[in-house]
Design a binder for this molecule. Structure first.
Ligand SMILES: Cc1cc2nc3c(=O)[nH]c(=O)nc-3n(C[C@H](O)[C@H](O)[C@H](O)COP(=O)(O)O)c2cc1C
Length: 319
């Protein structure tokens, strides 16, 4: 039984953390394992062309994870089927729980080369990629994360097509490729995907995605729209404790400070490279919030340049 069915059998629905490049890396996921772990993690996405180039060393870290994070699904993107096959030979050495193909990304650079959600407009290539991934994946379940259309809603055609490919799971973000975050995710269309699934491919698990704020809303949406599970993205930076069910106001400032210190510790252990310390500022903002004096402390922390300086400031703050 694949991991998605196992979670469903145990819990009735799946709560997943969305893949977010530059956010949901192994460091943050390891912290989340301690303060509120979802049923399922995804890695940041890895470009298969990048992996199969001389630049492999620069990109391969996107698939890093530790055993405590499991179950973890590896996410890949690209438009060259053979490169998927080559990348998956490496993926199979990692002990991950599944392979997800990104057919939803709408970032300009990704789209311009016909990858990510541009594949919605190229079913022939999309099918070729899915076939190669399924062939290469061995026992690992294969899934796709996508949207409801490119520049117009085409739920029946596109999701219907994906369902015919015998995928183990499809995650549907209820927006079009051309839309930013201003228009709401269309959960009615996501509900339509569930109906299509019931007709075309009953074995395929459907996750809904878009604008879910907390696990209460995720459970409400699971019931209301009949999805097997919900994937939550941006809300994790508003409340890293989200998957524990705790509200931001329930987390003390001491716990917030301790968690940031812990995050920095893991960051140094995993990356050991303070040149990229700026990349950690989004987490400072996420942890240091919702208490009296948070804004002032955060402002001071944002001006610092190294993890040691941040550590000193935090220790002073709680002493
Ligand atoms: C900073 C950022 C990075 C993202 N990176 C990825 C990615 O690597 N792969 C992917 O499939 N989606 C990516 N997404 C999209 C999210 O997974 C998710 O589909 C989207 O944010 C909608 O969910 P939300 O409203 O819960 O945030 C990213 C989104 C953000 C904000």
């Amino acid at each position: 039984m694949n991991i998605y069915k196992q979670i469903l059998e145990k819990k009735g629905h799946i709560l997943a953390l969305a893949p977010m490049e530059g956010v949901t890396d192994t460091v943050f996921r390891q912290v989340l394992c301690e303060i509120g772990k979802p049923d399922l993690f995804f890695t940041e996405f890895l470009n298969v062309e990048g992996f199969c180039s001389k630049g492999r060393e620069k990109v391969v870290h996107r698939l890093d994870f530790r055993n405590i994070e499991k179950p973890v699904v590896v996410q890949l993107w690209g438009n060259v089927p053979e490169y998927y096959a080559e990348t998956i030979e490496y993926v199979k050495t990692l002990n991950s729980d599944g392979i997800d193909i990104n057919m939803g990304c709408s970032v300009r650079d990704v789209l311009s080369s016909g990858r990510g959600s541009a594949l919605i407009n190229d079913k022939v290539l999309a099918k070729e990629i899915i076939d190669v991934v399924k062939e290469s994946a061995g026992d690992l379940p294969v899934s796709v994360k996508t949207r409801i259309g490119f520049d117009k809603i085409e739920t029946e055609e596109w999701i219907g097509f994906l369902l015919e490919q015998g995928l183990d799971m499809i995650t549907v973000h209820g927006r079009l490729s051309k839309e930013g975050y201003a228009t709401p995710s269309r959960w009615n269309e996501i509900a339509k995907c569930v109906k299509l699934r019931n007709d075309i491919s009953p074995k395929t698990v459907i996750l809904g995605n878009g604008d879910v704020k907390d696990i209460g809303q995720a459970k409400e949406y699971s019931d209301k729209y009949s999805v097997d599970g919900v994937m939550i993205g941006r809300a994790i930076l508003t409340n890293p404790w989200l998957f524990s069910g705790k509200k931001p106001e329930e987390i003390s400032k001491e716990e917030r400070v301790t968690t940031l210190l812990h995050h920095l510790g893991i960051f140094e252990k995993e990356k050991g490279n303070m040149d990229i310390f700026n990349s950690q500022k989004k987490y400072i903002k996420a942890y240091i919030s919702n208490f009296d004096g948070a804004v002032e402390l955060r402002t001071r922390l944002m001006e610092l340049n190294t993890a040691d300086e941040v550590r000193e400031e935090l220790l002073q703050f709680v002493s």
